[in-house]
Design a protein around this ligand. Structure first.
Ligand SMILES: Nc1nc2c(ncn2[C@@H]2O[C@H](COP(=O)(O)OP(=O)(O)O)[C@@H](O)[C@H]2O)c(=O)[nH]1
Ligand SMILES: [Mg+2]
Length: 512
């Protein structure tokens, strides 16, 4: 087995086995299906495709900039915010407009280094934008900024759905028909952005995303959510917050986690705007100087100014109104207050230290850590499962029963191997989470825990336990699930139970 191919770097052993399956089957299927398999192979070798989804104006593009560490995605208004943009790693910074027919046109960056807000092309003919950037973060994942599901702008929604479900294939894509493209495209993971109050249509938007991603359901394995704009939550609106904004945000995030469960693993509070300013170099020493000037004002004046944005910019004060507006755009009132508090606590604080303090206050580090834990660690399983789903869909779309059977048999052989068991587990988990297989709640929780954790002690729900304890527990649960599979389970439950039994058994073997 080899971990690299001409398609690029594969995420791990599961991706390798699915890639091998595709290559073996290619000569045995129709030209069109083979072209689809070629596209599946290309995607297997590419970084994990993470879509940033959520309602319009929830701060998706701002968060994308924070993650990439550069203000490159246009925020707020402009026609670009209505288009899907894929940010991927490149050795030279470059932007391309991709038209509906597949034709591409290179675009210059705007003077500030961002994607121009107005493209100067007929936007109704544009499929999406590709941005190639040297950002290190993009070596491990391709970030897809979407205009917003659940928005009122029908054209934006349809562009979002189209890209999530049916991205244009790259070179050679013309050999692929619509169905095949649907089957091989689609984001593999979701970063879901919500703001205060998950409304019914947020749930709908998540469901729409699920329907639009051809390959995989959004679930705790491949979806995480953030509660963005945490700075704008009035703490008095949240019981138990003790008047603290971040505490209020954390309490709300936890509540929303329960609402969105089990579609997402959990919800993390974040302040995308402050994260963007701190990470992209947009917070400058001139900004720090202006904040120092404001920190020197008397308490009463400052308190009045920080009451509302329009008072802050219009109040009579030595700091020019334009400078204040700039601060507001970069940090909003909460960030300004945090910075001023820090300056008042330590008059010698440097601009660099202020920037770090703001970054820490934004919650971005926790989001990054979770992205790494959830996505990077599971990229192999997520990508392999998505690829297998595409392979299955391609075989179905071929319309040839013999071909379908051949592909089906090959997949069965692959899934029967012990090293591919993780894929079965992911599949079982998805069935349970999506409600396709009914499970008593405690058992569903257990399937979720075993299937969506990377570390054995967490899979077993015994963090930090000793090896013998873990082994004994794994064996006990293996036995329990085997008897559940044989007695007392419905046929669908029984299929899931067999998979869970085997997962515990393999864990036990590993620990022995
Ligand atoms: N106060 C505050 N404003 C934010 C935050 N994140 C984004 N915004 C603002 O919300 C507006 C919409 O952001 P944008 O990223 O364009 O939203 P999108 O439509 O979801 O891509 C912009 O004016 C941002 O500056 C945040 O964490 N706090
Ligand atoms: Mg946007």
């Amino acid at each position: 087995m080899t971990a690299t191919t001409d398609q690029g770097r594969l995420a791990g052993p599961l991706s390798v086995s699915v890639a091998n399956l595709c290559r073996r089957l290619q000569p045995q299927v129709s030209a069109r299906t083979a072209a689809g398999f070629a596209e599946v192979l290309r995607r297997l070798g590419a970084p994990l495709q993470v879509a940033v989804a959520g309602r319009i104006k929830s701060g998706k593009s701002t968060l994308v900039n924070a993650l990439i560490g550069r203000r490159v995605a246009p925020t707020d208004v402009g026609e670009c915010t209505r288009l899907v943009t894929r940010f991927q790693y490149g050795t030279v910074d470059r932007i391309e407009v991709v038209f509906a027919g597949g034709h591409k046109q290179v675009l210059p960056f705007a003077p500030d280094g961002s994607i121009p807000a107005e493209l100067g092309v007929d936007i109704s003919k544009v499929s999406h934008i590709e941005a190639y950037l040297t950002s290190a973060v993009l070596q491990d994942m391709t970030v897809i900024d979407t205009p917003g599901l659940g928005s009122l702008d029908a054209a934006s929604v349809s562009r979002t759905e189209q890209l999530l479900g049916a991205a244009r294939a790259e070179e050679g894509g013309d050999e692929l028909d619509e169905t095949s493209r649907n089957a091989v495209a689609g984001a593999e993971a979701v970063l879901y952005v919500v703001t205060q109050g998950v409304r019914a249509d947020d749930q709908q938007a998540l469901a729409a995303f699920t329907a639009a991603t051809a390959s995989r359901e959004a679930g705790p394995v491949n979806a995480i959510a953030v509660l963005n704009k945490a700075d704008t939550i009035p703490p008095e609106s949240v019981e138990g917050s003790d008047g603290d904004v971040w505490k209020a945000a954390s309490i709300l995030a936890e509540k929303q986690g329960l609402l969105l469960k089990p579609r997402v693993a959990d919800v993390l509070p974040v302040i995308g705007l402050i994260a963007e300013s701190a990470e992209s170099g947009n917070f400058t020493s001139a900004d720090a100087d202006a904040l120092r000037q404001l920190a020197a004002l008397d308490d009463a004046t400052l308190e009045t100014m920080l009451m509302a944005a329009d008072i802050f910019t219009s109040w009579d004060c030595d700091v020019p109104a334009g400078t204040r507006l700039r601060l507001l755009e970069k940090l909003d009132l909460y960030g300004i207050r945090r910075a001023i508090d820090a300056i008042r606590a330590d008059g010698t604080i440097t601009a660099g230290a202020l920037r770090r303090l703001l970054l820490a206050a934004s919650g971005l580090d926790a989001v990054r850590a979770r992205l790494n834990k959830v996505f990077a660690a599971r990229a192999d399983g997520i990508k392999a499962a998505a690829a297998l789903a595409s392979v299955t869909a391609l075989a179905h779309a071929s319309g040839d029963p013999a071909e379908r059977q051949r592909v089906h048999d090959a997949i069965e052989v692959l899934l029967a191997k012990p090293e591919a068991h993780q894929l079965r587990l992911l599949e079982a988990l998805t069935l349970v989470v999506a409600g396709a297989v009914d499970m008593p709640e405690d058992l569903a929780e257990e399937v979720l825990r075993v299937g969506s954790n990377a570390d054995i002690d967490e899979q077993l729900g015994l963090p930090g336990a000793s090896r013998p304890e873990l082994a004994a527990h794994a064996l006990e649960r293996a036995g329990w699930w085997r008897s559940f599979a044989s007695f007392g389970a419905t046929p669908a439950q029984s299929r899931v139970a067999h998979v869970v039994h085997r997962a515990y058994f393999l864990i036990w073997q590993q620990l022995r």
